[in-house]
Ligand binder design. Structure first.
Ligand code: NIG
Ligand code: FE
Length: 432
């Protein structure tokens, strides 16, 4: 009696094998995490002949089961086939640093900066982050979701499958919590297209009501805000360690509280001035340090010896007319280097990850392979490999992929500022 019942149960599991065929270029991302990459072969490009990927659905997740040559005899039988029509298939693009949930806009400040006022001058006069905090505090939950959803849809249209979103435009318990509720709703709305990783960043600026007593705000972060955000799914805490924002002692206090809540550490460091944030974060075991415009040779060497990912944000340099982070030197030294958009209203009003990759190449002097590794493998590392996603397509690993309506991966870099090129072909075939 028991054997047939088991057979029936097994038969009910939602398992399906799909053959992906007629792939123009397949990039697996199988290559070293560190050091220079000089050819696509170094980053797992598989032949010029279309190759095949077999997938298997296990409990709703898609896995890579087999990668190989169409003529190989060991290819598992599939239930159906998706013809990619010569498109390019690569590991799912990952934007590992954004501040995409906010209300209002700062076009007027952008114009002021172009007329000669600095980012810091605007911030000191009560604009900058605090301008967006006022608009975000005044926005309802549905308004926050409505403002952010088009940004995330634009990212998805560029091929982004995993996005990190930081809070930090609320700066009090109720508003930071509302931002996290918005992140949760956005994650649900985008299910199947994008996965959101949430980072708690109440230490983005000191809010006006605490200006006279920043220590009280640090205590509010530790005692109230972080516990609420941890409960609502925060994976990381991020701290803006910068002149006029938070210093290393405050960062240490916040990190001790965050660690007890099970959060991992990220830090914004060396964006305008080196105030010692980078060596502190590396010693604290940070998953990533981000921005790095003013990073010294000594700090580059410290990163190269660590498993902390250096996150470069080249569009922030362009947008602020600041120098590029030393991305070339970081890769050459052997650091883990990711590339992201920094999508935010003040220093990088953009959702375009491919453009960030292009600028990492043209301004940051990375090779295209190194830049793409920065938005796949190293971006996955910068997010602590969410759900086991390691940023590459390997047999036995999760299948999170981007299909580009492009004949080759080189074209992604060649077509400067091109319109979004992600193809919906896998989503339409039910592979989500
Ligand atoms: O990553 N550096 C701090 N935060 C943002 C800018 C935020 C803003 O100007 O609104 C950044 O550049
Ligand atoms: Fe940022």
């Amino acid at each position: 009696m028991s054997a047939p019942a088991q057979t029936r149960l097994t038969g009910q599991l939602p398992r399906r094998r799909v053959l992906l065929t007629n792939i123009g270029e397949l990039l697996t991302g199988d290559g070293p995490d560190r050091g220079p990459l000089r050819s696509w072969q170094d980053y797992g490009k598989r032949g010029t002949l279309s190759e095949l990927v077999i997938l298997q659905q296990l409990y709703g997740y898609w896995q890579v089961e087999w990668i190989g040559d169409p003529r190989a005899s060991d290819r598992p039988a599939a239930d159906s086939t998706v013809d990619l029509g010569g498109r390019t298939l690569l590991p799912g693009l990952t934007d590992c640093h954004t501040h995409a949930v906010f209300a209002g806009n700062r076009a007027h400040e952008f114009a002021e900066r172009l007329a000669g006022r600095s980012y810091q001058e605007i911030a000191q006069a009560g604009g900058g982050i605090l301008h967006t905090v006022r608009a975000t505090r005044a926005a309802s939950l549905p308004e926050l979701v409505d403002a952010a959803l088009p940004r995330l849809r634009e990212m998805a249209a560029c091929g982004v499958r995993i996005v990190e979103i930081k809070s930090g435009y609320g700066l009090d318990l109720a508003s930071e919590t509302r931002i996290f509720e918005a992140i949760g709703l956005l994650n649900a709305r985008l299910a199947g297209r994008m996965t959101v990783v949430a980072t708690a960043m109440p230490a983005h600026a000191v809010p006006p009501e605490h200006r006279a007593d920043p220590a009280a705000y640090v205590e509010e972060i530790c005692g109230q805000v972080l516990p609420a955000l941890a409960l609502r799914g925060a994976a990381f805490v991020d701290i803006f360690i910068e002149k006029g924002y938070f210093d290393v002692a405050q960062a240490e206090r916040i990190w001790q509280a965050a660690k007890k809540l099970g959060l991992k550490l990220k830090a914004h460091v060396d964006e305008f001035a080196d105030v010692g944030g980078l060596p502190w974060a590396v010693a604290a075991g940070a998953t990533s340090v981000e921005h790095l415009l003013t990073t010294s040779a000594e700090n580059i060497a410290a990163l190269a010896q660590s498993s902390t990912v250096a996150v470069g944000l080249p569009l922030t340099s362009v947008f602020l007319r600041e120098p590029f982070a030393p991305l070339r030197a970081l890769v050459d030294a052997g650091a883990l280097v990711a590339v992201a958009t920094d999508c935010n209203p003040g220093s990088a009003m953009t959702t375009n990850l491919p453009l960030a990759l292009q600028m990492a190449v043209l301004g940051g002097r990375l090779t295209p392979m190194e830049a793409l590794r920065g938005a796949t493998r190293c971006a996955a590392l910068a997010l602590g490999q969410p759900n086991g996603w390691g940023g590459r397509l390997v047999p036995g690993g999760p299948f999170v992929a981007t299909v580009l309506d492009l004949p080759s991966i080189d074209t992604l870099f060649y077509e400067l500022g091109a319109p979004p090129r992600a193809s919906d072909i896998l989503y339409s075939a039910g592979i989500r």
